[in-house]
Design a protein around this ligand. Sequence first.
Ligand SMILES: [Zn+2]
Length: 52
Amino acid sequence: MSNEPAAPARCWHWDGTAGRYCRALDGVRRYLTGYRCPLHTPAALAGRPEVP
Ligand SMILES: [Zn+2]
């Protein structure tokens, strides 16, 4: 990952059903794929338990 400009820590998971980004603010953490809320972490999307 290269340096990125400061951005709001929002979940940028694309919700294809709703046709918009999740953009949740609560509990957002940064993952390899970017910021994700607890519902949309890579592990959650893969149906696996969260890795500490
Ligand atoms: Zn989300």
